[in-house]
Design a protein around this ligand. Sequence first.
Ligand SMILES: [Zn+2]
Ligand SMILES: [Zn+2]
Length: 359
Amino acid sequence: MAFLNTVLEPPAYGWTDELGNLSKPTNKQIVKEFFKRLNVFSDKKNWLSFLSWSLVLALVPFLGLFIFKYFSITGLIVAFVYSMIIMGTHGTIWHHRYCTHGAYTFKNKFWRFFTQNLTLKIIPEEIYAVSHHVHHALSDQPGDPYNAQGGFMYCFLADVNHQPIARNMDEASYNKCVNLMKHTGITVNTYKQYQKWGTLANPTRTVIGIILNWGFWFAAFYLLGGLPLACAVFGSAGIWAVGVRTFNYEGHGKGKDMRRDGVDHNREDMSINQLWPGYVAGEWHNNHHLYPKSARSGFKPYQFDLAWCYIKMMSMLGAVSSYRDSKADFLKEYCTPVPVVVPVAVLVADKANVLVAAE
Ligand SMILES: [Zn+2]
Ligand SMILES: [Zn+2]
């Protein structure tokens, strides 16, 4: 626990105020911190956050070309499906259920690589996964990197302000951090390299990986449908990259208690099940906080879970060698009707009434 309390680089405004409550910065403080932590000229350890937002900006021209030059209804449908469903579901499959929670295992490195690169690479694994462990350990408490009580901007810019790993870890803590990411196959820095770059990810390998990934997908979509298709897909991926940053605020009730009886069974934190993230990405978030290590989060009949469909399909094909499925535990715990015990005297009295009524 102590490790997860200190694994993230604290923002200038701190996690807590002087009374130990959540430190709630103003939007101005948040934006100031955001630009400070993006500045690679003042500190090269800011490189990963800088890279991540540069990738989002690099997608804007594609969006512009799609809207103003290549717009079509078919392109719009492709853009919608790619950004909302494919990118969203992939985020759940890869970053969330695999990289963070290890909810399933791959048969070999090929299938892991295949799944990792199924979509455009935009969010660095380390930014998502390490901080997400902290989110589960400290949900809705000070230190939660996207604590919804901090407000919309607190969550929206969390990937820069609150999610990067701490820069002053000793070697033992750094090795614990490496262990969190070991199964993902990401090539990590040595401790000496970490002291120089401030990250687990190696800059050269990360950049080469992204160039190859983007190059492959651009060529594939270009060959399939020329520039109109490539621009629709790349532009819409940029919309997803911005939109996904709003999820954590909404998934924890926007700082309010929005949990509903009979829907949100987990009462330990403010997470809620929402239809839209559930249907497009399998993010039934309240269920997920109940069973974080489950490869399935949609437990009720209406809770369709596309990410689970992929994992199950890959298991049937032999590409996924094992997975955890907590559906049976959930149903047993939360959906089994409790037998009503009626005292015998009431039954006898009821029977007598029925007999009287029949006469
Ligand atoms: Zn959550
Ligand atoms: Zn999670």
